[in-house]
Design a protein around this ligand. Sequence first.
Ligand SMILES: Cc1c2[nH]c(c1CCC(=O)O)Cc1[nH]c(c(CCC(=O)O)c1C)Cc1[nH]c(c(CCC(=O)O)c1C)Cc1[nH]c(c(C)c1CCC(=O)O)C2
Length: 355
Amino acid sequence: MSNKLKNDTFLRALLRQPTEYTPVWMMRQAGRYLPEYNQTRGRAGDFLSLCKNPNLATEVTMQPLARFPLDAAILFSDILTIPDAMGLGLYFSTGEGPKFERPLRDEWEIRDLAVPDPNVHLRYVMDAVSQIRKTLNNEVPLIGFAGSPFTLACYMVEGGSSSDFALVKTMLYQRPELLHHILDINARAVTSYLNAQIEAGAQAVMIFDSWGGALSHAAYHEFSLPYMEQIVSGLIREHNGATIPNIIFTKGGGLWLESIAATGCNAVGLDWAIDIGQARARIGDKVGLQGNLDPAVLFSNPDAIRAEVGKVLHSYGKGSGHVFNLGHGISQFTNPENAAAMVEAVHELSKPYHA
Ligand SMILES: Cc1c2[nH]c(c1CCC(=O)O)Cc1[nH]c(c(CCC(=O)O)c1C)Cc1[nH]c(c(CCC(=O)O)c1C)Cc1[nH]c(c(C)c1CCC(=O)O)C2
């Protein structure tokens, strides 16, 4: 099988190589805003069964690509597959988000944590990756992903979603060595998981640090960033002759862009709080940038969406190095026609910036 991509615009933009237009994909592009996704999830039974069934995971990965001319596909899965493989017992109760049957509450549970073998305990993810690659037939690249060690620790310690991170932050300040132990296991688990995804066919990888932005300046630099740096330095950089770019996305990380860019990553994800032109001025000579449209823009209408897309493109300015995306996942209450309008506007309006 030839590995030549028909559309590698996304990969080139991450590596700051020239492109004809600005490539675009959407975080959570396969999800509940698509009626066909809800239909497939209904057939699977629930969200986790969907993740664990490679046929159905492939089907939903392809759904947004059938609707919109996106420049990348992203593996359909979840960041919490790793703690699930560690034995914490992931489940999703409708309307309440992710939960663990056995969150980390006792010190012995933390001391007992072990790095799962991705090709055994997360075989279903690797099977999905290779099946998605076959189905994609080299049309666009496939993105693999994982959660950051700190973001995973938030869920593992809290036992689910949290608004104040009381338990994990108590541990951070009271028993920092215990949290460091969890983070070290998580960093090794994420590195081998992402490398297994690359070996199974992922052509770029992204680390979601969804909660790093909830930390203080000092705590971010002690408990989140160094572990992402450890992962980046352990990632496979070339596979079957192709460069495998990586992206770090700390939501709320705008204050720390220089530190993030210094990890050795290829690209940095931006939420919508920062001006992308300013971000480029700060780190754009070192890394590519991905983002940064407010997902709420997609609640408006095609004309307003076009105007907001134009502002982001104008702020980034001329030249390569930008992958257009939302600043966070697409809302389940988005009209798919508005997502279509965004993708079309990016492709059309970005061409003059690459002339
Ligand atoms: C924190 C986090 C999680 N998962 C993820 C993150 C990091 C990104 C972020 O900050 O949002 C990452 C993720 N989750 C999902 C993907 C799939 C790929 C994609 O299309 O982008 C990715 C990349 C599918 C999903 N993961 C989830 C859904 C919705 C579940 C459903 O279908 O019922 C999807 C499509 C469930 C999930 N999974 C998680 C939460 C908090 C929830 C519930 C939130 C919600 O209800 O919107 C954990």
